[in-house]
Write a protein of this length. Structure first.
Length: 87
């Protein structure tokens, strides 16, 4: 355990940030799973309706610094490729 006051504060800040980041990452993963469920079901209309929500969650994770810009771009691109590949 840290002895110095600033180090103690850092430990508390890190724990708080870790919880926040974990919840944001979890929300992104949940949104991706919902989208993939619609894609595998073959429901293109519902997938397109759900797309803005999914993109919004991913973009908000980027703005909060949880995901990097290129990672978010790759996730959104993969979703779009799968939607466009549907008949």
């Amino acid at each position: 355990m840290p002895q110095i006051k600033s180090a103690k504060k850092r430990v508390k800040q890190t724990a708080k940030r870790t919880l926040r980041n974990k919840s944001i990452k979890s929300a992104v993963k949940t949104e991706q799973k919902k989208m993939m469920a619609l894609i595998t079901a073959g429901d293109k209309v519902a997938a397109l309706a759900r797309l803005p929500e999914t993109v919004s969650v991913i973009d908000s994770a980027v703005s909060k610094g949880v995901l990097k810009k290129n990672t978010a771009s790759r996730k959104k691109s993969n979703i779009m490729l799968k939607i466009n590949a549907m008949a």
